[in-house]
Write a protein that binds this ligand. Structure first.
Ligand SMILES: C[S@@+](CC[C@H](N)C(=O)[O-])C[C@H]1O[C@@H](n2cnc3c(N)ncnc32)[C@H](O)[C@@H]1O
Length: 258
């Protein structure tokens, strides 16, 4: 293959592409991503019932919430740079499967982060009320990963630990939408300004918002056309608001240029 230039990826950064993430990642080159932030389906559809916030809720017909973690993880590990890392969300439904697959692939697990929610749901009255989400932070190469120790220490007021308070967003356009502050913290922790962050399960675009706020490049995949459109609309609004703020500041500081 020497002398041949690999074809450019059809998936430009800065937006969410409506495509299955395995297909999307196959179009990316090896070792091209600095941080891969994944919030995959938790395989929650139990065809049954559960309690959510104290009320009975159905947890079924969630076709979007099913996934085999093998194929996407294999592609994810291929596209991450040797200095890059993976952060993957999970609940008890899928976190053991994810952890065991990463260990079988000889990936170095750096931390599990326990996200302690202000709310939660009880599956039944025979077990504990579940209030914890997890994120596994892992380095495929096992060396030279990016960790902004100093910034996390300043944000935490002391050496940062792996238990983070977590408030789910009050207004949501996706049933499992994550809070943007937790994603911003992850982006700050594990990437440098200008780094490329890939989210293969973009949902409503929370990772994109975190990247826009913190000066990182991003690329998203999302197989649902409805959520892909919602994520791109969110990105568009944020960019528009940022441009508007810049122009307003210019007009105020230099009225004759307005
Ligand atoms: C847990 S949600 C992500 C929520 C997101 N973090 C947010 O804050 O909005 C998972 C998303 O992955 C999408 N999805 C499921 N399987 C997929 C696949 N194979 N490729 C791309 N997206 C997929 C679902 O449609 C769903 O929107």
């Amino acid at each position: 293959m020497s002398g041949l230039t690999p074809p450019a990826s059809p998936y430009e950064a800065g937006r969410t592409h409506c495509v299955d993430c395995v297909e999307g990642m196959r179009a990316l080159g090896d070792a091209t991503v600095d941080l891969l932030l994944a919030d995959p389906p938790f395989n929650l559809d139990n065809k049954g019932r559960m309690f959510r916030s104290g009320r009975l809720a159905l947890c079924q017909d969630m076709a979007w919430d099913q996934i085999d973690n093998g194929p996407w993880l294999a592609e994810a590990l291929r596209v991450i740079k040797p200095t890059g890392t993976l952060i993957v969300f999970g609940s008890w439904h899928n976190v053991f499967d994810l952890g065991s697959r990463l260990q079988q692939a000889n990936v170095r697990i750096l931390n599990t982060i326990a996200l302690v929610k202000t709310g939660g749901f009880a599956v039944s009255h025979r077990v504990l009320y579940e209030r914890t989400l997890y994120a596994i932070w892992a380095s495929p190469s096992g060396r030279d990963w990016c960790f902004d120790y100093g910034l996390l220490k300043r944000l935490s007021g002391r050496q940062a630990c792996n238990v983070w308070p977590y408030t789910p967003p009050s207004a949501r356009s996706h049933p499992t939408q994550k809070g943007v502050d937790v994603l911003e913290r992850m982006v700050l922790m594990a990437s440098r300004p200008g780094a490329l962050v890939l989210d293969p399960f973009m949902g409503s675009g929370t990772t994109a918002e975190a990247c826009l706020r913190q000066g990182r490049k991003f690329l998203g995949f999302e197989k649902s056309p409805v959520y892909a459109a919602a994520a791109n609309a969110r990105i568009h609004c944020l960019r528009w608001a940022a441009d508007f703020a810049v122009q307003t500041r210019r007009a105020v500081s230099c009225p004759s240029a307005a």
